[in-house]
Design a protein around this ligand. Structure first.
Ligand code: PRP
Ligand code: URA
Length: 208
């Protein structure tokens, strides 16, 4: 699919393998999420606009570039929280806007419980951060919220996607590119990604 970008980077593959490992403890798990997220953000921000500026080095003037777009990082609570730090390090002037959603265990439908977006949009491009794109319901609902807010450029950055989630997000929002560390095989009957990594929220926060 044209707008799905699985990372080709060997560091991502190496770290994702450790992340999947059931023996990886929450401390290491959080560290790996932070590192992989930064590597994925690097790929997801390739097309950000810059304007030319001049800069004085200690020796001479040089031609440089400055980011012009206002970036919003949008972690989906809870599991997206762990992705913020690694991405924010790369773009410290980004705004962070949290969206609280959980998946109803029975219906697998997203239920919104936190949204403090102001009336007018304050950013021009949003990176949605969520490690898992399973049925895609949470991602679709978050894009709906951001489009209603008035943001037109939206990208999804995640760690593992199921084909079902990619198909769902693409069908509802074909304009949203998906940057991901890996595309897995399928969803099980409980909506978990197989082979996946289990429950990304529980493994980060030690709540399994
Ligand atoms: C997980 C994950 C996504 C969602 C993905 O969150 O972080 O937000 O499930 O599933 P979907 O693609 O089928 O919507 P969860 O609902 O477990 O909440 P949590 O992060 O608070 O644990
Ligand atoms: N949420 C998770 O945390 N893991 C999955 O496999 C699916 C949804």
């Amino acid at each position: 699919m044209d707008n799905v970008f699985p990372s080709p980077h060997p560091l991502v593959a190496h770290k994702l393998t450790k992340l999947r490992d059931a023996d990886t403890d929450p401390k290491k798990f959080r560290e790996l999420i932070r590192e992989i997220s930064a590597l994925l953000a690097y790929e997801a921000t390739r097309d950000l606009q810059v304007r030319p500026i001049r800069v004085k080095t200690p020796l001479a003037e040089a031609q440089g570039a400055e980011l012009v777009e206002k970036i919003g990082l949008v972690p989906i609570l809870r599991a997206g929280l762990g992705m913020v730090e690694g991405v924010w390090e790369l773009m410290p002037s980004a705004e962070v806007w949290h969206i609280g959603l959980y998946r109803d265990e029975r219906t697998l439908q997203p239920v919104e419980y936190y949204n403090k977006l102001p009336v007018e949009p304050t950013v021009s491009v949003c990176l949605i951060l969520d490690p898992m794109l399973a049925t895609g319901g949470s991602a679709v609902a978050t894009v709906d919220v951001l489009k209603r807010w008035g943001v037109r450029r939206i990208k999804f950055v995640g760690l593992i996607a199921a084909p079902e989630g990619i198909e769902n997000l693409n069908r509802h929002h074909p304009d949203v590119p998906i940057y991901i560390a890996a595309v897995d095989d399928h969803l099980n009957e409980k909506g978990y990604i197989i082979p996946g990594l289990g429950d990304a929220g529980d493994r980060q926060f030690g709540t399994a």
